[in-house]
Design a protein around this ligand. Structure first.
Ligand code: ATP
Length: 916
């Protein structure tokens, strides 16, 4: 089969061959991804009913001889459509890119190296590496397996996990569920590891054969967008009713019906905020790409909004709050305590009898210390890599056994500053480094044949490896959480001899371990067992171990975490640490980081299991640390917090975390240490696994929501003003203040760019000093509705004032209309700056949103253009304005906002936002 697919299992395909096969068989996907269709988006701009009516009206007036008007209206409509098109196209492209970023990855061997590639790029013949938590990317013929257990429910509907074994040649054909030497696309690796060769990809897989039945729709609608669309529908009717009123009043005033009809329809087109949903999409999509720059990958768009509403963050400890760069600093054996110097993964340091590290000793003279380190190394798979060599995608440099490079469980997340790196789990790395300091070499120790692995998982909290030692005998080396190992130890290794471990002594060891944990150390116990190989091989669980001792590891906190935690707490968000580590270790680190408050509670997984749902809800809200929790406890914590009314963000990395991530309002997966399954279940993926990134994402979420409110305010106040100016003028039996073309131009100039720039407003300084946004809050809450009406009325007022003042001064109607036109636009352009602030125009410098300033300048230039450029002016019915008129326009437009701004500044003491 390998030769049929022309692949060497050690080398994998080479890059060129893979690219060639990709080109000939196509992407490894179940459905050809439909790209963005620009033409459809452009035509979509004319979907709007009122725009169609206007087109018809324009066409008729064109037939009636109003050519210039008709052409001008058409031009403006086209410009408008173009603007809408650019925005929508950009949004769609951004969403498409988002989909690509969030696409699943697969690990393959190419050119002799392991590489992470998009699952879409897997081709037949690729050597695929599978481990617990992966989703199988293609139909894979297994070459090598270790304890592989697969959940095939996605394919067969059969929920009982299937054991797979390789190599096995089976008489074909068999039912899928019985083909134990194959792993099928879309199924889930629950346990173990494997490699295999992809034999079918894309629609040729078993999954592909049934994929026609599966509709793959991605949710890109968000609650906010739905609300905005609903709002839009309501506003359409209001706008239609008001414009009908304008037309009616105009006709009653004696204007000809055709003229009034065109005016009314124009007004309706201008006043309907048809751009709202698109701008929301653009703002969300651009917010998403901004978050991505900050290392938070948003997989589902609604998460952006929910982030802004988050009230509780439950975070993992290791790697998220800490560096996950472990160093073994002390140990305890039957012979007493010892301490180790050195930092990071550099294998340099000495052994000491005292914590101050003044009394050195030679570990080789202490058999219990050597045993502790030796069995610790034997129970581990991590390797130490010297500086500059062995990039993590490279295979080992030294001659190693077949498939040796599979020995990875967790990748080192950070290279130590010294340049020494760990290939594998950092906890194990710390033990390996300490062993090197004692002169032990992990490669040499592990040269014996491995007979069995009892793998680590966060429920068992221990792992063991069985080695053959010859003569039909074997040795099992075990390490794990100290309770897990102590409970399974029957004897203790004491200076070369083995004696029984009594209950009293066991308790004393537990106390020692707790004391180490209380100092913030991660504590592991090491043990072993010797016996006939077959006996050891048959073990399903560790038992009758010989206890050797304890090791204590430090894992320094990430330096910027305490500040991030303070910021989050100031933002009225509760933070709790949720960890598999020991209660005392968790407590010490949480106190250090500022998570554990003096009155805060610490609960363990055991406590949780004793509490019913209600009691848990009550206690969970005041708990700062959840320790020794298993993944299913995490799910209960999420449910309890949500039942208590919290909007919960929860982090996770393992397959077992997926239910908790799904149940949380915001599931957050780790990008580096996380499994594919956890990422699939998550709304957000932290590309750097870092807590501070959650803080940044919440900040963005809040900013985006506020920005949506800002441009809703701006756009609606503008529309209110446009309609009110006409309505009031007709009600007062004044002449028509604006021509249809002017109205369309106002719409074009003010609705497009400035609104978008407002949607991208940078974060306000105090976003993280406010309470979270309540998800049930109306878009118009916190005074926004009032602001829209009052600012709309102000703009109406100054426009009508400017208009009537010119008329009263005896100016011709054309001049008064021009002044009204200019005033209405300029007032809106001033209002856009007012809309950026809750309180006062002067709270923020306009220069921190340069695009907004530029878009306002462009808009202003467009007004000047149609007034001062005679051919345009003629079409628009405008007349050139004197310098004095321009001053008047600017003065009238700006005055009320400046006054309001000053007043807002003076009336300090009022909080920027009332407490929720
Ligand atoms: P979190 O990432 O949620 O903060 P954690 O990473 O600290 O949790 P786990 O990885 O589930 O927690 O580890 C739980 C316990 O299992 C640890 O306290 C440690 O005692 C033990 N342990 C961790 N890694 C290993 C390992 N590689 N082998 C054996 N035991 C381990």
């Amino acid at each position: 089969m390998l030769s049929a697919l022309a692949v060497d299992p050690e080398q994998g395909l080479d890059g060129e061959e893979a690219a060639r096969r990709r080109a000939s068989v196509g992407p490894n996907a179940l459905k050809a991804a439909g790209g963005v269709d620009p033409a459809a988006i452009f035509l979509g701009q004319f979907r709007d009913f009122m725009v169609l009516v206007l087109l018809a009206a324009t066409f008729i007036s064109g037939l009636l001889g109003e050519f210039v008007d008709a052409v001008a209206i058409l031009t403006i409509l086209l410009l408008n459509a173009f603007l809408g098109f650019v925005q929508e196209y950009r949004a769609e492209r951004a969403l498409e890119a988002l989909g690509k970023m969030a696409a699943p990855k697969a690990e393959v061997v190419r050119d002799g190296r392991r590489a992470l590639v998009p699952a879409e790029d897997v081709v037949p013949g690729d050597v695929v590496v599978l481990k617990a938590g992966d989703r199988v990317p293609a139909d894979v013929r297994l070459l090598w397996t270790e304890g592989l257990l697969v959940d095939e429910a996605p394919l067969t509907g059969e929920s009982v996990p299937v054991e797979k074994r390789a190599p096995a040649v089976l008489p074909a054909p068999r039912p899928l569920g019985d083909r134990t030497n194959m792993a099928f696309m879309g199924t889930l690796i629950l346990k173990g590891r494997a490699t295999g060769v992809a034999v079918a990809t894309g629609m040729a897989t078993e999954m592909g054969k049934i994929a026609d039945l599966i509709a793959l729709t991605e949710e890109t609608d968000t609650p906010l967008k739905r609300r905005i669309r609903h709002l839009g529908r309501v506003l359409v009717w209001i706008a239609v009713a008001l414009t009908a009123a304008v037309t009616g009043l105009g006709v009653l005033d004696g204007y000809p019906f055709e003229e009034m009809f065109l005016l009314g329809v124009t007004l309706a087109v201008a006043a309907i905020p048809e751009g709202l949903p698109t701008i929301v999409t653009v703002v969300l999509a651009l917010g998403v790409s901004r978050m991505q720059k900050k290392k938070a990958l948003v997989r589902r768009l609604p998460a952006v909004e929910t982030l802004g509403s988050t009230t509780f963050i439950g975070t993992d400890k290791t790697g998220t709050l800490t560096l996950n760069r472990m160093t073994l600093v002390q140990g305890r054996t039957a012979g007493g305590a010892f301490f180790v110097s050195g930092s990071g993964y550099r294998p340099e340091g000495g052994f000491f009898l005292d914590p101050e590290r003044t009394a050195p000793f030679d570990p080789e003279e202490r058999p219990e210390v050597m045993a502790l380190l030796t069995y610790g190394v034997l129970a581990s798979e991590a390797r130490l890599l010297p500086p500059e060599t062995g990039d993590r995608t490279e295979g080992p440099k030294r001659p190693a056994g077949r498939f040796r490079w599979l020995g990875l469980r967790r990748k080192a997340r950070e290279a130590a500053p010294s340049g020494w790196r760990i290939d594998g789990d950092p906890t194990e790395g710390a033990i390996v480094v300490a062993a090197r300091k004692a002169g032990l070499d992990e490669e040499a120790l592990r040269r014996r044949k491995r007979a069995k692995v009892l793998p680590f998982d966060s429920v068992r909290r221990r792992m063991s490896i069985v080695y053959e030692v010859g003569g039909g005998r074997g040795v099992l080396a075990a390490k794990g959480a100290f309770e897990a190992i102590l409970d399974r130890s029957a004897a203790i290794f004491d200076g070369g001899a083995v004696r029984r471990l009594g209950d009293a002594e066991r308790r004393r060891w537990a106390e020692e371990a707790e004391a180490m944990a209380a100092a913030g150390l991660r504590v592991l116990a090491v043990a072993y067992r010797e016996g006939p190989l077959e006996r050891l091989r048959g073990l399903e669980d560790e038992a009758e171990l010989v206890f050797v001792g304890l090791v204590g590891l430090i894992d320094p906190p990430r330096p910027d975490v305490p500040a991030a935690i303070r910021t989050v707490q100031a933002a009225h968000i509760r933070v709790a640490m949720i960890t598999g580590d020991h209660r005392e270790t968790a407590r010490a680190i949480a106190a250090d980081l500022g998570i554990l408050r003096p009155t805060g509670r610490v609960l363990t997984g055991e406590d949780l299991r004793r509490l019913d749902g209600k009691a848990l809800s009550r206690l969970a809200v005041e708990t700062d640390v959840f320790a020794r929790v298993a993944p299913e406890d995490k799910l209960r914590i999420v449910q309890a917090l949500r039942a208590a009314g919290h909007i919960v963000a929860m982090t996770g990395d393992g397959t077992n975390d997926a239910p908790a991530l799904k149940a949380a309002d915001i599931g957050i997966a780790m990008g580096q240490s996380g499994t594919e399954v956890a990422k699939e279940a998550a709304d957000v993926v932290l590309l750097d696994d870092h807590f501070a990134t959650i803080e940044a994402a919440v900040e963005e979420g809040r900013t985006i929501y506020e920005n949506v409110r800002k441009f809703v305010r701006y756009l609606l106040a503008s529309n209110v003003a446009e309609i009110m100016v006409m309505l009031v003028a007709f009600a007062l039996k004044w002449p028509v203040p604006l021509t249809p073309l002017m109205i369309l131009w106002i719409n074009l100039v003010t609705d497009g760019l400035p609104a978008l720039a407002l949607g991208l407003d940078p974060m306000e300084r105090d976003v993280m000093n406010r309470p979270p946004i309540s998800p049930s809050e109306s878009l118009f809450a916190r005074g926004l509705g009032w602001k829209i009406l009052s600012r709309g009325a102000l703009i109406t007022g100054v426009t009508l004032w400017a208009f009537s003042e010119r008329l009263a001064a005896g100016a011709p109607l054309g001049e008064a209309q021009t002044v009204a036109f200019a005033t209405l636009i300029v007032a809106q352009l001033v209002h856009v700056f007012d809309a950026r602030n809750e309180r006062s125009l002067f709270d923020r410098s306009p220069l921190d949103n340069v695009p907004l300033v530029l878009s306002v300048l462009v808009s202003f230039a467009l007004v000047v253009l149609v007034i001062a450029w005679p051919p345009a002016a003629r079409i628009f019915g405008a007349v050139p304005l004197s310098a004095e008129d321009w001053l008047r326009v600017i003065g009238y437009s700006a005055a009320p906002f400046v006054l309001l701004g000053l007043f807002g500044r003076l009336s300090s003491g009022r909080p920027a936002r009332p407490e929720a």
